[in-house]
Design a protein around this ligand. Sequence first.
Ligand code: MSP
Length: 652
Amino acid sequence: MARETFYITTPIYYVNDLPHIGHIYTTVVADTIARYKRMRGFDVRFLTGTDEHGQKMERSARARGVEPKALADEVVRRYHELWRRLEITHDDFIRTTDARHRAGVHAMIARMQAGGDIYKGSYEGWYCSGCEAFFPETQLVNGTCPDQGHPVERLQEESYFFRLSAYQEPLLAFYREHPEFIRPATRYNEVVRFVEGGLKDLSISRATISWGIPWPGDPEHVVYVWLDALTNYISALGFGSGDTELYERYWPAALHLVGKDILRFHCVYWPAFLMSAGLPLPRQVFGHGWWLRDERKMSKSLGNVVRPDALIERFGPDAVRYFLLREMTFGQDASFSDEGFLARYNADLANGLGNAASRVLAMARRYGDGRTPVEACDDSVLRTKAGEIVGRWRETMDAFEFHRALEAVWELLAAVDAYVNEKAPWAIAKAEGVSSPRLQHVLYNCLESLRLAAVMVSPVMPAMSARLLAQLGAAEGGALEWGGLATSRPLGEEGALFPRADVEAYFAEVKVDENKPVQPATPVPAVGGAPAPTPAPAPQAVAAEPIGIDEFARVKLVVGTVKTAERVPKSKKLVRLEVDLGEPALRQIVGGIGDRYQPEQLLGRQIVVVANLKPAVLMGVESRGMLLAASLDGAPFLLAPDGEVPPGTGVK
Ligand code: MSP
């Protein structure tokens, strides 16, 4: 019998910016669900991709002096790289610049036209290129877009329109009949209220921009970016390209996963387009919450966007995936903070999981000759507990309550710990010898519980799960039934799953980053290997409040010559310099530049230093000043005078 299919999608990401943790969240959740559904035997198809057309993209590329496609290619490369590092198991990656996608969009428009829902008219109204959306005057808030507060501009142009107004009643009837279509329930209510408020026809072409899919038969127009983008979910299945096998097999989608900001496009426009085209509607759209940074909205202009690269580099992909799923109640907002991340990492991963595993494995090695116990054990409190936890884990995973599913697994780990304390295997070994059946049973119960825990966390932390299973001498992909651990099998290699994070070292380095001048707007990726052109200055990226010249003059900037340089022990980034500032003694300055500069490269080099900064202690080393560097995507580029000057020369 054919297996039940499960087609899951992420939104397709805009390519005018590099991904931050809000973007990776949607994809990590989708990957977790895809892995879980595969475990449960579904025939899964998992799609992600990029949204490359539109005014925002055209403008970004123009500002950087590159072609939109070249900019897109470079950002897409970064996305591929990131998904590889995060072990994302998508089956396909669609780009809206793909030929197959254009064919799908044209086929979609042809069907909507055949349904009599498209007509030509003239559009006059407000357009927000940040959201790529039109807004009636009545919806503007203080002259800006009501969704994100972006600036809007007045547009007056000829346009094709979609008769969205005709779909108000059919949509409301559909929502009533399919209350599960929009999740969570609070979002369902929001969408219903929005549609009840009335729907206006929608302008679905643009005549004043050229970066888009040409309107079929009217190349003066390009297709409105949201009609273009939403169609990706079927064009990626071959809709419009002739081969309909994937489309027949996987459409309608089981789940479109989106952030709450784009729920309306998915729950109102998309189903209306599909109704008009006479195509089946997706089964569910889930609108998740937003990641904040330290309780504030993340934005480039505030300079507080959390990029995932450094976290993955330092803590590994599994820790990042775990944090995202454990910290956010799916559907609600959550806040990222360095403190929160480190606390969870150390408490849950290094201590909770890591200690439970190393404690049990060390005993198994000691009392079992490096092998799994000689006999399985079927009768224990742990078995009952594990059975209950597996049931709860399934229920919560099915309901997308990932934080609760993970909580359940940690409850099992705590139960293993308590069981070890109570049974005291070391005492049994002493009293009865290592071949005591009682001892072997106790060890089996612990190892088997850990195996079940490893299988349960595998959708969230695939690499860690594989590693733990190997340490336990268990096969990957084992069943979630008690007794799966084979007896008398060699245990795998030893090794900590998650080394404890040194919080002090982390903050010392983060602090160094924060001491640097405010970052410019998101760096422009280098295209075709050429050095990145300087991004157009983003006005808000500079401190919001202007300062007077007298205030600026209080900062004493001088040129110094580096005399000695060495790495600060145990730190990846920190370098200790002794710098000649033209003073009687050399100045010791600690800078977070070690990931881009080797100490020997710095000797003799001239740098610019803030000479009157209060001393600070970074990882136990006093720094009496701060060196200046441009910060591109977190990487430092040292500033220097354009020709040698005597040490101590002032900078104005
Ligand atoms: N291109 C459109 C989607 C088209 S889908 C047919 C788009 N792209 S986006 O790059 O701006 O956003 C992609 C996803 O990232 C959205 O689901 C959005 O909600 C999500 N996030 C962007 N910032 C976010 C947070 N700070 N937190 C969580 N998710 C957020 O919209």
